[in-house]
Write a protein that binds this ligand. Structure first.
Ligand code: NI
Length: 182
């Protein structure tokens, strides 16, 4: 089911999400299906459950649309359920980020270059995977959503000043998007 995407300013985006009950397979797969349906329509590369108003620790990433810029993302699609970061590289890197909950805003964000995450995949198997490059960036951005954090919290102060007016407009719903929002 396609769900509206909650915009910057909504409380659910600031909550620390709860782990899902892995034993409740139907509920988990229904949530994953909603995230996928919603992401396709919104034409994004990642979505976290809080962005559709569900405060649960489930995210999806899909890099396949970015293949022209990042060829290594050709088949990169993941569903991460109850993810836990087990390792972070001390080396950091910068990428420009955007977010479906913060439409029209893009900014450079510094984060660890590589991370290792333990999570349940879509078939509810526990896996541990190391992410690098832009794939890693996508995953980190989505995982932040589960802790009530948004990429705009992490931009340099000078840049934040510039985007603050845009953020105010978004929080008042004064923004147009090609997808349904709330
Ligand atoms: Ni986001």
């Amino acid at each position: 089911m396609i769900r509206p995407i909650y915009l910057y300013g909504k409380e659910v985006l600031r909550e620390v999400a709860q782990n899902v009950d892995i034993a409740d397979k139907d509920a988990v797969s229904a949530l994953v299906a909603d995230l996928k349906d919603t992401l396709v329509v919104a034409d994004g590369c990642g979505l976290a459950a809080p962005q559709i108003g569900v405060s649960s620790r489930v995210v999806i990433v899909d890099g396949t649309e970015l293949v022209d810029t990042y060829p290594e993302l050709k088949d990169f699609r993941r569903t991460l359920i109850n993810p836990e970061v087990t390792e972070e590289s001390p080396v950091k890197c910068v990428y420009s980020e955007g977010c479906l909950s913060v439409p029209g805003v893009y900014a450079d964000v510094t984060r660890p270059k590589a991370i290792t995450v333990r999570y349940y995949d879509e078939s509810l198997q526990l896996v541990e995977e190391r992410f690098e490059g832009f794939a890693c960036r996508m995953v980190q951005h989505e995982l932040d959503h589960l802790d009530g954090k948004l990429f705009v919290d992490k931009v340099a102060p000078i840049r934040k000043k510039i985007i603050s007016k845009k953020l105010l407009l978004i929080s008042k719903g004064l923004v147009s998007t090609s997808y349904k929002t709330k």
